[in-house]
Design a protein around this ligand. Structure first.
Ligand code: WQD
Length: 340
């Protein structure tokens, strides 16, 4: 049984990936410092899978603490999610983002080399394409000028891992560039549970629908798009999780030292369309007003999915309706998120 270490495995995308790995027959070990997730997720994972996963409450920047995970488990591959990921926060505290995100990636890579772990999947982001409007983005699209420190950390870590892999031919790295992950596991037991006021559209819409937030502000309806609002490539978090299993399988057979894949649906959905889809899912109006554009937003962002389909055998299964209905189920079952 192949063992996968999932750093940040208690988080939103990480926890959904733990389930997908388990269901695909992998042994999973989780390392997470609980800085942006609650331990209750572990109990929910056990409820969903019937399995109590080995969990290490460690910070991936703490090399000696993380070493214990490699000492006590025969790790075959690593999926590295652990990191700070709030765009707005990264503008306010950039040094924390550079230190945490870059140091955690370097620490994981150093321990992988020391313990002979040869396969690494890194959680990157479409944000590395920057402000380009040359859509759809392919994996060959030029990396852009990122609009925030969070995006720059992804950009920089991609380069660091490329250099790491080329200096260590026994290591294979897969860079997965996510577009906009949304939705929740069909059980409604786990989902996106941001601390405080959500920055992202879907958790915000979900809380307005659930009555815990008053009204959504749509950041701009004067863009050069069909309905004036920005288009994004929303992808169901369970599809995203499946993409990680495909990436682990790909690394087991490829000769490539470094590979890059977009994980998206290839479809752009506008803010207005997302609101309408969520209203259909929840059965009532989502109160919203139109406000000023948000600095750093690009009008249109969606993926070319051709390479992931051809080489990974990955194709998203779920559409915007399933994304909204799963999000709404999570919201109604957990109106205040998970207890600390
Ligand atoms: C989507 C659209 C907003 C909130 C970010 C990160 C990216 C990735 C996904 C991690 C935009 C509009 C939003 C609101 C709104 N994260 N919006 N009112 O900015 O595309 O991507 O999250 O990997 O790296 O950059 O996602 O959900 O914030 O915004 O009108 O209250 O919704 O303007 O057009 P974004 P988002």
């Amino acid at each position: 049984m192949s063992t996968v270490l999932v750093t940040g495995g208690n988080g939103y995308i990480g926890s959904h990936t733990v389930i997908a790995l388990h269901e695909s027959g992998y042994e999973v070990v989780i390392a997470d410092n609980l800085s942006n997730s609650k331990l209750e997720v572990q109990r929910r994972l056990e409820k969903i899978t019937g399995k109590s996963f080995k969990f290490y409450n460690v910070d991936c920047c703490d090399k000696e603490a993380l070493r214990q995970v490699f000492e006590e488990n025969k790790i075959d591959s690593v999926i590295h999610f652990a990191g700070l990921k709030a765009v707005g926060e990264s503008v306010r505290i950039p040094l924390d983002y550079y230190r945490n995100n870059i140091m955690s990636a370097i620490t994981v890579a150093e321990l992988m080399k020391e313990y002979g772990v040869g396969k690494l999947v890194f959680s990157s982001s479409a944000t590395v394409y920057g402000m380009s409007e040359d859509v759809p983005f392919t994996e060959e699209s030029p990396l852009g000028v990122c609009t925030n420190p969070y995006g720059w950390t992804k950009w920089m870590i991609e380069q660091i891992l490329r250099d790491f892999a080329s200096a260590n031919p026994e290591i294979k790295v897969c860079l997965l560039r996510y577009f906009n992950p949304v939705g929740a596991h069909e059980s409604g037991l786990i989902g996106e549970d941001p601390r405080g006021i959500p920055n992202n559209l879907f958790p915000y819409i979900s809380k307005v629908a659930g009555g815990t937030l008053e009204c959504l502000t749509v950041f701009g309806d004067d863009y050069n798009t069909p309905d004036g609002t920005c288009l994004r490539d929303y992808i169901h978090v369970c599809d995203l999780a499946d993409g990680h299993v495909k990436a682990i399988e790909y690394l087991a057979k490829t000769e490539e030292n470094v590979c890059v894949f977009n994980l998206g649906t290839g479809k752009g959905t506008s803010v207005k369309e997302a609101i309408a889809a969520f209203e259909k899912a929840c059965g009532h109006e989502i109160k919203h007003v139109f406000g000023a554009r948000r600095p750093g937003d690009i009008p249109v962002c969606y993926a070319s999915t051709e390479k992931a389909e051809r080489e990974l055998g990955f194709k998203a299964r779920f559409g915007i309706d399933e994304m909204c209905s799963s999000c709404w189920k999570w919201q109604t079952m957990n109106p205040d998120g998970l207890a600390d």
